[in-house]
Structure formats: C-alpha cells, structure tokens
Design a binder for this molecule. Structure first.
Ligand SMILES: Cc1cc2nc3c(=O)[nH]c(=O)nc-3n(C[C@H](O)[C@H](O)[C@H](O)COP(=O)(O)OP(=O)(O)OC[C@H]3O[C@@H](n4cnc5c(N)ncnc54)[C@H](O)[C@@H]3O)c2cc1C
Length: 397
C-alpha cells in the first residue's frame, strides 16, 4: 500500500537534491525528498566549494560551458537564498589565482585559458611573485592565471538553506533510504523504501551523488559514478589574511595532485588536495596526505609555518568515467531524471532549474546531449575527467 503521494520524489538531500527540491517546490509541485542519513551528510557536507571556472572543468568544452553558467547562476542566487532563508551560506567573492609549478603546466594553463571565455590575465613568473609577495621563490612558479570573479560558498550551509526554503515552500523531507522504483508500463509510478513503504509519484529525481550506481538496477541503464576522494587540511593562521583563492597545477608531490589554499574567514584556511579512487564514503585523511599538504603549503607560502593545523576536510567527489555529469531523463524509464556528478556545488542551482524545466516540459536553452545517461547504455568507457587524474591510479579494480 502506498503511504504517500507526490508529484515528484527527489532521492538524496545533498546540495543537488535540495537545489532540485527548492526549484520544484517553488512551482507548487508536491515534492517529497528521501534522505537515507541527514541533509547534507554526503559529499556536500565535506567539500570546500569554489564557484568559478577552475581549469580542470575547461575540457571538454561542453563541461566548461556548464561550469561557467552554473557558477554564474549560483553566484547570483546564493546571496538571495541566504537572505530569504536567514542562513549565512558563507558567500564571498574573491579572485582566483592559478599558479603553474612546472613548465609543462604553464603551457597547459596558456593553452586552456582562452577556452574559459573569461575575463582573465596571464602573469609571468615575476608578476606572480609581485601579485602575492608571500609566495616563496623556492616554489618555482612558472606563470599564473588571474581570474578576478571567482567566489566561495559554504556547501553545507547552502544545502541547509535550500532545504529550509524547500520545506517552507511545502516540500516534505523524510529520513528514508530509497530501495527501488515502481514501474507502470514504461513509466515510473513510485519509489520503494528500504522499510517497505511505497511512495507514489509522477516523477523521480535521482540526486544521489556517489551512491548513484545503485540506481542502475532500478532503471536498467548503467549510471557509473566513481567516488574520488579528496583530502585537505584545515589551518588556523592569524597573520595578515590571504585575500585570494590560490591554486597550483603541475604539482609533483604525491599523493597531492594539485595544490590550493582557500580562505574560509576568521583566519581559517583549507589547503590540499589529493585524488584517489575509493569504494566507500570515506572522510578520513591519510598520514602521507597530511604530511604532503603541510610540506607543500609551507614551501609555497612560508608564512603558513606559523599556522596551526586544526583539522581536515575529506570527501569523495562524484565523478562519472568521462568526467562529465550525468544529467537528464533516463531513456529506459519515463519520468526518471538523473542529476549526478561534478561540479555539483557550482551547478546546484542550474541543475535544480533543469529538473524543474524537464518535469514541467519547459524549453532548455542548452544541449543536454553530452550529459544524457544513455551515453553509457552501450557500456562504460573513459577515465575520470578531472585534471588531477591523468594516470591510472594504483589499486584500481
Ligand atoms: C575535495 C573536494 C573538492 C570539491 N570542490 C568543488 C568545487 O570547488 N566546486 C564544486 O562545485 N564542487 C566541488 N566538489 C564537488 C561537490 O562537493 C559535489 O559535486 C557535490 O557536493 C555533490 O552533491 P550531491 O548532492 O550530488 O551529492 P551528496 O552531497 O553526496 O548527496 C547525495 C545524498 O544522497 C543520499 N542518498 C544516496 N543514496 C540514497 C538512497 N538510496 N536513499 C536516500 N538517500 C540517498 C546520500 O545520503 C547523500 O546525502 C568538491 C568535492 C570534493 C570532495
């Protein structure tokens, strides 16, 4: 017997599911969100969040366009969502300064920069040291890219704000694990929970992050998403503040794959980062990762030797094998829509609007073709598209 009836069931209350619930409930649709744990307890509660076009989203071009549009929309809406919900979502505009730590990386930065279609400045090595005089000469910076318009948001708080507003608009959040879908002919008719309930609905949005592969069996189409664990250290530094988002490419300091330091406010900084395949939801940090991040951060910014390490932040990025998010309707089961992948924080508003427009059959102003789930129906090929993982990682199954 069904216990509930909804227009739309959203599975997953991370930033993507809450974004979808927010935009769907705004249209007066009856929305039920199922979350197996707590709101924001998945990757969204464990990730730093840059809004801006970092270079690892530049290829392929369709991902670049999506990341740019998503960033712009979230930058526009995050302050409004904060004001409407009364939750400080940690929104701060800052420049993004990408440093190249090898000749090859510098060539790569210059090659990729025009594709960003952004307002950017390429800086020589000397200009980089002038722009941030605390950079150490020992770090050998070959050049840099300065983007004046990046921003940061607290992904967890933005998730909570979206959930709060969705609830105020009538969405219902239930602590339940979805365990399958109910079919009626070629359409979805409901969601089954692990406790045996059936929630009838017209449409289902799967916003299940790194757990998305579980739904492959529900819809009969492969939905491959690999958790790629990223580890970062949290520093407290009470010296003169660093006022930009710094990231570095061409880092040869395993297990780090690139470097970044993000000011979080009040002297807190997050620095990393690693990338390794994992098969569970793992938020621990390895000793070698801690040491590598600490050493490299102090090598690049010697002032950080005065900082205290006060914690870590680790989460698994949801990455499909070709690096592009999986977005849109599932061809094998009408009424089911997938929103899974990276960069979920910067695209949470755009993907929420996408779910709304698909369900309400409104026009979409960009092509979904490169992102459709059916691209994997003939089998799964490719490697994860984040810049960090160009090589086959050890221990891959
Ligand atoms: C180190 C690191 C750096 C990052 N940097 C950035 C960045 O700069 N910019 C950016 O945009 N993104 C960044 N990301 C990626 C971003 O954090 C993710 O893309 C985003 O948080 C994914 O959100 P989500 O809602 O899809 O997944 P999640 O937050 O994981 O939410 C999925 C939810 O679904 C629930 N769920 C799963 N299965 C079920 C089920 N069967 N029933 C009920 N509930 C279920 C889970 O419990 C979970 O709460 C980064 C990630 C990491 C780890």
């Amino acid at each position: 017997m069904p216990t509930e009836k909804a227009d739309v069931v959203v599975v997953g209350a991370g930033i993507v599911g809450c974004g979808a619930a927010y935009f769907l409930s705004k249209e007066k649709l009856k929305v039920i969100v199922l979350e197996q744990n707590a709101v924001g307890s998945g990757t969204s509660g464990h990730a730093p969040a840059m809004l801006g076009l970092v270079l690892h989203y530049v290829e392929p071009p369709e991902l670049c366009e999506m990341a740019r549009r998503g960033s712009q929309l979230t930058m526009e809406l995050a302050p409004l969502i904060a004001a409407e919900s009364g939750i400080d979502v940690g929104f701060n505009r800052r420049p993004l300064f990408t440093l190249a730590f090898s000749q090859q990386a510098w060539q790569e930065v210059r090659r990729l920069a025009p594709g960003t279609n952004l307002d950017y400045e390429l800086l020589s090595s000397e200009e980089c040291y002038k722009r941030e005089p605390r950079l150490s000469r020992a770090a050998e910076v070959y050049g840099g890219m300065w983007v004046p318009w990046a921003a940061r948001v607290d992904a967890y708080r933005l998730t909570l704000a979206l959930a709060d507003l969705a609830q105020k608009q009538g969405a219902q959040f239930l602590t339940r694990k979805a365990a399958g879908l109910v079919r009626q002919g070629s359409r979805v008719a409901g969601v089954l929970t692990s406790t045996g309930e059936r929630i009838d609905c017209d449409s289902v949005v799967l916003a299940t992050g790194v757990w998305t592969p579980q739904a492959s069996a529900w819809v009969g189409t492969p939905l491959p998403v690999q958790p790629i664990k990223g580890e970062q250290l949290l520093f407290q530094y009470d010296g003169p503040p660093i006022t930009m988002e710094l990231e570095g490419v061409g880092v040869t300091n395993p297990p780090m794959v690139n470097w970044s330091i993000h000011p979080l406010g009040n002297g807190a900084y997050l620095s990393g980062v690693t990338a390794s395949e994992t098969y569970v939801f793992d938020t621990s940090i390895r000793e070698e990762a801690k040491q590598a991040i600490l050493d490299f951060t102090v090598r690049v910014l010697p002032c950080m030797a005065e900082a205290r390490v006060v914690g870590h932040r680790t989460g698994p990025r949801p990455i499909p094998p070709d690096g592009k998010p999986i977005l849109g309707p599932v061809a094998s089961l009408e009424g089911v829509y997938v929103l899974a992948g990276n960069p979920g924080v910067q695209c949470c508003t755009m993907w929420g609007q996408l779910a709304r427009d698909l369900i309400l059959r409104r026009a979409i102003s960009y092509s979904l073709k490169p992102f459709l789930p059916e691209r994997f129906s003939a089998g799964v090929q490719g490697r994860y598209g984040i810049m960090a993982l160009k090589e086959e990682p050890a221990g891959r199954r």
